[in-house]
Design a protein around this ligand. Structure first.
Ligand code: PMP
Length: 407
């Protein structure tokens, strides 16, 4: 059965695989990582800003002093000490014991991505409807597609999800939507933040219609223009399932994230996680515990904020300097991304080959919609390339946009 380019298993796959497409972003990464290309396509935090020699010492110490435990399996829910520390981290953004958050209700996961997958396993039957911002995080589209749920996008503007559009989508839905998946703060891919008044409205609408809420919050601590509004979870007790991660405030490569959920749901999540992975990595959990306990992690988050602000400014300034008049973009107060609307008539996916020829990469907007929308938009990353590379990338991209507009 080997050695052929045809797929011998076509008739044998599970139905859920039918909706799975290779993520446009991952397909793009192989090309975009070539050194001559300025990649505005990525989503990586800038790991070079981390204190690597100190981390090397920390890892060596960890193996030497705690190796026998850190190299074992651990409880499926995650280490007790780390779950306590996660509560301390969440308290910084307002999710504390007065919001009913407790280490008992935290499930440590392999990144927020696994947490999202677990929530989909626990809550989604095939055909269930999940509401999400339009556009939304590409990895969430993958999770819900694998769960055979249908994602219905809800329109957003510069203040995030539009409450009237949310209510209209619920009312118009052929069956009651089960979940709202939202990234309310410095969203991926738009950089947009849901305003404080709208947060209350969104929660109220979901509560009235019995729609469960998943709040995905990887970027909330990466603000560089004042503090963002409080997380949805901070003011709702158990009404919201909250996803957090160390990927953007420490290191994505460690793959440590978490879900905060009420006890009954937490138990289901732990069972689902044990079935999937037995337990998260004891070693990377121990590394996060050690990092939080012995190194100035809040200072490191500040350093990321300063760096990303400078790079965001470089991106916004060069867009204003180089792009044609009829192009617009968001102005994020934090996070890693800007979302740009191309001049009318340009399709971001069709333009990509020309951009790669001119040695610049971005992610076409279509990757962030379940329904093929997004052709007129693109996502631009500012966390990874230096300010100079960003300027050069935008200069190249503007040349491509201008030429394409003239065709
Ligand atoms: N949610 C969003 C909105 C993201 O942008 C990302 C990472 N790009 C994730 C979840 C996954 O994060 P993790 O590395 O914690 O799995």
């Amino acid at each position: 059965m080997s050695g052929t380019t045809l797929d011998d298993y076509t008739d044998r796959y599970a139905a859920r695989i039918g909706g799975m497409a290779q993520s446009e972003i991952r397909a793009l990464f192989a090309v975009a990582s070539r050194p001559e290309i300025v990649s505005l396509a990525g989503g990586n935090p800038y790991t070079a800003a981390l204190p690597l020699p100190e981390l090397a010492d920390m890892f060596a110490r960890l193996i030497r002093d705690q190796g026998t435990e850190a190299l074992l399996y651990c409880p499926g829910q995650g280490s007790t000490r780390l779950r306590e520390q996660i509560c301390e981290v969440m308290a910084d953004s307002g999710i504390d014991s007065t919001s009913g958050a407790s280490p008992d209700d935290v499930v440590v996961t392999v990144g927020a991505q696994q947490g999202l997958d677990l929530l989909a396993r626990v809550f989604c039957d095939p055909g269930d409807i999940v509401l999400a911002e339009g556009p939304t995080y590409v990895g969430a589209l993958g999770v819900f597609s694998a769960a055979q749920a249908t994602v219905v996008h809800v329109e957003m503007d510069a203040d995030g999800l539009i409450p009237e559009a949310l209510e209209a989508a619920i009312v118009a839905s052929p069956r009651p939507p089960k979940l709202l998946y939202t990234v309310p703060t410095y969203q991926n891919p738009t950089g947009v933040t849901l305003s404080a008044p709208r947060r209350a409205e969104v929660l109220d609408i979901c509560a009235r219609h019995g729609v469960l809420v998943i709040e995905d919050d990887p970027y909330g601590m990466l603000g560089f223009e004042g503090d963002p509004p409080r997380p949805l979870r901070a003011d709702t007790g158990d009404g919201v399932f909250y996803l957090g991660t160390f990927s953007k405030i420490f290191a994505a490569g460690l793959r440590v994230g978490w879900v905060l959920a009420p006890p009954a749901v937490r138990d289901k999540l732990v069972m689902a996680s044990e079935a999937q992975i037995l337990c998260p990595s004891a070693l990377t959990q121990a590394a996060v515990t050690e990092y939080l306990a012995t190194m100035p992690w809040r200072q490191q988050v500040k350093a990321f904020q300063v760096l990303y602000r400078e790079r965001r400014d470089a991106l916004l300034e060069s867009l204003a300097d180089y792009m044609p008049q009829d192009m617009t973009w968001t102005r994020p107060g934090g996070g890693l991304f800007v979302w740009a609307d191309l001049p009318p008539g340009i399709h971001s996916k069709k333009m990509l080959p020309a951009a790669l020829t001119q040695r610049v990469a971005y992610v076409p907007g279509t990757g962030f919609y379940a329904n093929g929308d997004g052709g007129g938009q693109m996502r631009l990353n500012f966390s990874f390339p230096s300010a100079d590379r960003i300027r050069e990338g935008v200069r190249r991209l503007a040349g491509v946009v201008t030429t394409t507009a003239e065709l």
